[in-house]
Ligand binder design. Structure first.
Ligand SMILES: [Zn+2]
Length: 670
């Protein structure tokens, strides 16, 4: 998700400094001398005890890779749903076969009813419209009807509703390797736009996200994870297979996760021909052109209005429908070097014709195609057969679903390109790499924010004029540093719902992206990129923990980066290195650096001499880990030093660049 919000930089958060005693190797460089000075020192990263137990059981390792016994649960959904816009009601019948791949016998299972966030009296983090939530008229487990049981009953099979989570105590405990069939009849009123910024309805458009009873995650570290959906923090889902039949009013088109089956039963010959034409080249084809919108010629007018979609190995299913959509299509070409083949990904873009949505006519399909191609090249090949982007319902920003994105009505093309790059970027994190978004928002939003800048730069350059600042590395840095300079830095290791909300975007998106830029600067482009891809590919279809990310980078870099993880993820320590003094002393010169911030980082110096020669010198991070505030380095005294600059490549997000540069005064003579 990425919304455009106005940030109120009010109030001060004082970073909490924790000093942890530790042993570090003694300095070996004889050319450096140091002053003392107290500072907070980053200790080791302590894994949680639940993670340690998972390592002991063999489902996790300390290398960043899954353990040999790693497992994830799996579900197969069959859903029939019918949309009645005249009553603003969606009604569904659902069957879920839930496969227990864990070694545990499950006496109860948890199912999310996230539409209950819109029920009167539900806990929520933001104001939300009240719709009444989900009406459940039938719950069955393997054919046994279940009803609500009282809080005091701890043995009978039945259901217990806790806000957005429905607990089901099974008639027969679910053994390892066994499965249970759950059935639900349900209905609800989709929330009016702008609802929670992820879904909802307008007069002629519905977008259904979080619309069906969905299994909660039971994982190898935490067991059942049933954090309530409160509106701000996001989601955590297992991979699953879907077979979905959607009945919509006559004349409405549907875009959805998955592949449209039996397309000739809903699409006219003309439309099928245009889709075939789109498959023959990379150019954008109008499937429903602007002058055909709302006329129904795209559809088979007689017969069924039942749209049938299937999708395998996705963590969710979303869909949108409307009777005023234009439809553009194209293909993306995705080279898969491992297979020695190029895949063609079908791209569809649905949007309404209006001045407010003008950018969609220019770039809805084109930017979606570009995003799939760029992200596939940067990370690894997009794995699914199609990708759909849809305009509507949202007041601001966009939202990601497997093979689907939903976005506001952009009029500015570069902003739409950036928004599509961001939401499409989520097809990797978290759609494939299934981290817990609720508890660790940086793992999907921060990584995606970083990836967006990598996707946008080759297409549109940096620096550039226009578009959203959040889509470039420089813009992300400005947003983070502006907050940090105002004392509004915050730790990344927080649950999304506990976060001061105006800092949600700054921290989990822009700060995290800048921390990754710093990590790239620290490790070098190639090693960083290799570690990022290795982390992601190791966890496709699985549930990585933050320490899996940290351990991958430690292993690939061959270094213990605990000091980096603690400083930048667990603490809110800003960076501020300054050139304190440059002193010529006979044959040698001494450069003194002060660390005025809290985050220890190596000091990368460019020393320029009279005549133009530039010498690179580095003060290693270990100097600061010896509890110092100032460090000196001795270099040759001639030719004269005319300029000293810290981090000339601006690899690190330093609070104050003005104190990183020393230049010899014009009247100084030697
Ligand atoms: Zn996002």
């Amino acid at each position: 998700m990425r919304s455009t919000i106005i940030l109120l930089l009010a109030g001060i958060i004082v970073p909490t400094a924790v000093t942890v005693a530790q042993t570090r190797p003694a300095p070996t460089e004889s050319h450096a001398t140091f002053d003392g000075g107290d500072r907070p020192l980053p200790g080791p990263v302590y894994e949680e005890s639940a993670f340690s137990r998972a390592v002991a059981r063999g489902t996790r390792t300390r290398t960043g890779r899954p353990g040999p016994g790693n497992w994830v649960q799996h579900a197969r959904y069959q859903i029939d749903a019918s949309l009645d816009p005249s009553a603003a009601r969606l009604t569904g019948r659902e069957s879920v076969v839930y496969q227990n791949n864990s070694p545990d016998t499950l006496r109860r299972v948890a199912v999310y009813l996230r539409q209950n966030a819109f029920a009167a009296g539900s806990a929520r983090r933001d104001p939300l419209p009240v719709t009444g939530g989900v009406a459940l008229s039938r719950v069955e487990a393997d054919g046994t009807k279940l009803s609500a049981i009282p809080q005091t009953d701890s043995t009978s099979p039945g259901t217990r509703l806790e806000g957005t989570v429905l607990w089901i105590r099974l008639p027969i405990p679910l053994a390892p390797s066994d499965s249970v069939r759950l059935e639900f009849d349900w209905s609800f009123t989709p929330p009016p736009s702008p609802s929670d910024g992820r879904q909802g309805r307008e007069s002629d458009v519905y977008f259904l996200g979080y619309w069906y009873p969905q299994m909660a995650v039971y994982d190898d570290v935490s067991g059942w994870v049933t954090d309530p959906y409160l509106g701000v923090a996001e989601f955590y889902m297992d991979p699953a297979d879907y077979d979905v039949r959607l009945k919509v009013p006559k004349g409405w088109v549907v875009g959805a996760t998955g592949t449209l089956e039996d397309s000739s039963s809903v699409l006219s010959r003309r439309t099928l021909d245009r889709l075939a034409q789109a498959r023959r080249g990379r150019d954008v084809v109008h499937v429903i052109s602007p002058d055909e919108v709302g006329k129904g010629g795209a559809l088979v007018t007689r017969g069924k209005r039942l749209w049938h979609f299937t999708a395998a190995g996705v963590r969710d299913f979303a869909w949108g429908a409307g009777n005023h959509y234009a439809w553009d299509a194209a293909i993306a070409l995705v080279a898969d070097s491992a297979r020695g083949a190029t895949d063609t990904i079908m791209i569809s873009s649905f949007f309404r014709i209006s001045a407010a949505a003008a950018a969609w006519q220019v770039g809805g399909a084109r930017f979606t195609r570009d995003a799939i191609e760029r992200m596939s090249a940067w990370l690894w090949p997009y794995p699914w057969p199609q990708m759909t982007s849809m305009e509507g319902v949202l007041a601001s920003g966009g939202m990601e679903y497997p093979m689907m994105t939903l976005m506001q009505s952009w009029s500015d093309t570069l902003s739409l390109a950036g928004d599509l790059m961001h939401e499409t970027g989520h097809m990797w994190f978290p759609m494939q790499v299934g981290s817990n978004e609720t508890r660790h928002p940086w793992m999907d939003e921060g990584l995606t924010q970083f990836d967006v800048a990598q996707g946008m730069r080759p297409l549109y350059g940096e620096p550039r004029i226009g578009g959203r600042p959040t889509d470039s590395e420089q813009g992300q840095r400005d947003l983070y540093l502006t907050a940090a300079r105002a004392g509004r830095d915050a730790t990344l290791m927080q649950w999304g719902d506990l976060f001061p909300e105006d800092l949600y975007f700054i921290s989990f998106y822009d700060k995290t992206a800048q921390v990754l830029v710093a990590l790239r600067g620290l490790l070098g482009e190639e090693r960083f990129h290799r570690a990022l891809r290795e982390y992601g590919k190791s966890w496709i279809g699985r549930h990585p923990d933050p320490v899996d990310f940290f351990n991958t980078f430690d292993r690939v870099s061959g270094r213990d980066l605990s000091w980096f993880w603690v400083s930048w993820f667990y603490q809110a320590w800003p960076l501020d290195q300054a050139v304190a003094d440059v002193r010529q002393d006979g044959d040698s010169a001494t450069i003194t650096i002060e660390d005025r911030g809290l985050a220890p980082m190596p000091v990368r110096l460019a020393v320029t001499r009279a005549g133009g020669g530039v010498e690179r010198v580095e003060i290693p991070v270990e100097r600061w880990l010896e509890n110092r505030r100032s460090a000196s380095v001795r270099v040759r005294g001639s030719p004269d030093i005319v300029r000293v600059e810290i981090d000339p490549e601006a690899a690190f997000p330093d609070l104050d660049r003005s104190n990183q540069l020393w230049e010899r005064a014009a009247d100084s003579t030697h």
